[in-house]
Design a protein around this ligand. Structure first.
Ligand SMILES: Cc1cc2nc3c(=O)[nH]c(=O)nc-3n(C[C@H](O)[C@H](O)[C@H](O)COP(=O)(O)OP(=O)(O)OC[C@H]3O[C@@H](n4cnc5c(N)ncnc54)[C@H](O)[C@@H]3O)c2cc1C
Length: 296
């Protein structure tokens, strides 16, 4: 098959995971296709030139979202970003994920783009990565040797690289139920408010008891080779009540934990400065959402 400026490639549509594993196992230079919004662009720009494209959209079950018996959510890898954005359940139970989905690309892109593709592309700027890391999500990976579960915070290993081995398919992302007292926020900063990859993005979840922080998870995107959990910043607030001085200190530490690069979207110094701003704003947005939640 030849398409525009794309190099020639073979194209297959397996109808089961087993068939897909067998095809991927037999063909070294192959790539999985989901929505194609990253892959096809990469092929057009000659960043990748697979000989075989394996469209997994005919494999049944991967496009389902299911609430489990504990109130957690199983999101199939082929669920589109628009389906996540439109889900009442996600909006209520995991609003930081709904906000991130809504911020990704345009309506048309979100209609094709899948959550699996967003994560497997391995971009440090992927919009769904920080909220899913802050929510403690788990990636379910299937391969010829069976299934394994990987915490999403351990899923990314470098720019464009994940823990997936050749032949592995991300089948599901499991989001655990959050404690009743938890609340959070997602923020994205970029040169344009729509249709742009983040210069910096950030998500946080907090749990307080007697106004003291008992759990904090802060995840940052586009400021390191992989989406990053800011563990030192989190440790700073543990056991403390959250006041202005603490927030400033946490934002400072989070910024120090980053190792951004300079590129067309911003210099490393700018990104570090924006982390401080975004983390401070995360607290503001999260506490506002907590107030609104308590009034409902
Ligand atoms: C105009 C435009 C705007 C965009 N804006 C944003 C934005 O604001 N924020 C953002 O985060 N992204 C953005 N993107 C990038 C892209 O749309 C998303 O990353 C999208 O979620 C990718 O999903 P997909 O299904 O299209 O992936 P695909 O392109 O099909 O695949 C991406 C990669 O993941 C692999 N893959 C896909 N699914 C699986 C799986 N289940 N198991 C194993 N490997 C798999 C593919 O082989 C490929 O390497 C934008 C893209 C465009 C073109």
């Amino acid at each position: 098959m030849v398409m525009g400026s794309l190099r020639e490639f073979e194209y297959v549509e397996p109808t089961s995971l087993e068939e897909a594993f067998s095809i991927l196992g037999r063909n070294g230079n192959s790539r999985i296709l989901a929505g194609g919004t990253d892959l096809i662009l990469g092929m057009r720009e000659r960043k990748s030139a697979p000989r075989l494209v394996v469209n997994i959209k005919k494999i049944p079950g991967l496009d389902k979202m299911q609430v489990d018996e504990h109130g957690g959510l199983r999101i199939g890898a082929l669920v589109t970003i628009n389906a996540i954005d439109a889900s009442e359940f996600v909006r209520t139970a995991f609003p930081i994920l709904a906000d991130a989905a809504h911020s990704l690309g345009s309506f048309q892109i979100r209609n094709r783009a899948t959550i699996g593709g967003n994560l497997c592309n391995g971009s440090p700027a992927a919009d769904t990565a920080p909220p899913l890391i802050a929510l403690g999500a788990i990636a379910k990976i299937a391969g010829p040797k069976g299934e394994r579960l990987v915490k999403l915070e351990d899923f990314f290993v470098g720019p464009g690289k994940t823990v997936l081995s050749k032949g592995d398919i991300l089948v599901e992302v499991d989001v655990p139920p959050q404690p009743r007292e938890s609340f959070g926020a997602y923020l994205k900063h970029g040169p344009r408010s729509a249709m742009d990859i983040a210069t910096v993005n950030a998500a946080a979840m907090f749990s307080l008891r007697a106004e003291k922080c008992v759990d904090a998870r802060i995840a940052l995107g586009s400021v390191a080779p992989v989406p990053l959990r800011a563990r030192k910043a989190e440790a700073e607030i543990h056991g403390k009540s959250i006041d202005e001085a603490t927030v400033r200190k946490v934002a400072e530490i989070a910024s120090e934990e980053c190792s951004p690069i300079s590129d067309v979207r911003g210099s490393a110094e700018y990104r570090k400065a924006m982390v401080k701003v975004l983390v401070r704003r995360l607290f503001g947005k999260a506490f506002h959402s907590r107030l609104v939640q308590s009034e409902v």
